[in-house]
Design a protein around this ligand. Structure first.
Ligand code: ZN
Length: 306
């Protein structure tokens, strides 16, 4: 069988305000803060991870928080919209909930499914797709991502011939690719190039089950002439990075070890966690980080009402 990436692992974007970001993703969207740490490459800023109750791969939305970061521009070479999955029949509940929180929404039908589009406090484009059969009202993880591509033909070849995506639909404006757990929608209309900054996606990460599979992807991608990073230890997963031909930064991240590697499940996200090599500098690091108010208990969708 042809190797294939099973689906999204996480999406990482940039926020200019950690507190507003935290309040929106936990209170309005009902996700759990599963890890509060710093950007390992720049410990003067937070790295916030949100997800389901355990931070399962496929549910993890993460943010680099550069206080006062300059707004970016959404465009080619980026994931332009991140789409979460919600249960069938919950569109009206979600519409009311978002509008009540002050976030205007646009409802549309895409590929036969209801989609609710809105932006987060930084202007990051998000959507909810009504596509799950579930008794819970909440977000169950990612449905997929929309990508703006500078070179759609070259990206198409990589997606279908190397990464194992299947082209399942297309019209004059977009193409829809599927993997086992996620889809990728690409915009074929030529657009302006994006510029990284607050309110834009930094990279998207695809799942792989373990280090051995990741090693195979590394070799396979290098075999295609792509420049791939060495394996990086991100504490909660191991990562390799490469840029697909359309300009979007892709990562392939391992499912293990996950967020309970350095905190018990019930304490996930309750306090700042630092990797071992930064722990000796905790006091100094905390002095530079802006204060962030965390709730005593993690809110959930039910307790907030609609
Ligand atoms: Zn990542």
């Amino acid at each position: 069988m042809k190797p294939a990436l099973p689906g999204l692992h996480h999406v990482t974007a940039i926020t200019a305000n950690a507190q507003k970001n935290h309040d929106f993703y936990t209170q309005t969207l009902g996700l759990r803060l599963v890890k509060l740490t710093v950007n390992f490459d720049d410990p003067s800023s937070y790295h916030l991870y949100y997800g389901d109750s355990v931070g399962s791969p496929g549910t993890i939305m993460t943010f680099f928080a550069g206080e006062g970061a300059i707004p970016g521009r959404i465009g080619n070479g980026q994931a332009t919209t991140t789409v979460f999955s919600v249960p069938i029949g919950t569109m009206n509940t979600w519409r009311a909930r978002l509008e009540k929180a002050g976030f205007p929404v646009k409802q549309l039908e895409v590929w036969g499914q209801q989609r609710l589009e809105f932006t987060d406090p930084d202007g990051l484009q998000l959507a909810l797709s009504e596509d799950k059969d579930s008794k819970e009202d909440g977000i169950s993880g990612f449905a997929g991502v929309v990508l703006g591509l500078a070179r759609p033909a070259e990206s198409h070849r990589l997606f279908t011939e190397t990464l194992g995506f299947e082209l399942v639909a297309e019209d004059s404006e977009r193409r829809l690719y599927r993997s086992q757990h996620s889809w990728m929608e690409t915009l074929t209309a030529p657009g302006a190039n994006g510029r990284m900054g607050a309110g834009t996606v930094h990279h998207i990460a695809w799942r792989t089950p373990d280090d051995a599979h990741q090693e195979l992807w590394l070799e396979r991608l290098q075999g295609q002439g792509l420049r791939v990073s060495p394996v990086m230890d991100r504490n909660y997963f191991h990562s390799i990075y490469f840029r697909e031909p359309g300009g979007v930064l892709f990562e392939i991240a391992t499912d293990p070890p996950g967020f309970t590697v350095d905190q018990p499940l019930e304490e996930l996200g309750r306090k700042l966690v630092l990797p071992s090599w930064l722990e000796p500098h905790r006091e100094k690091i905390q002095r530079f980080l802006p204060p962030l108010k965390l709730p005593q208990a993690t809110p959930d969708f039910q307790s907030l009402g609609s």
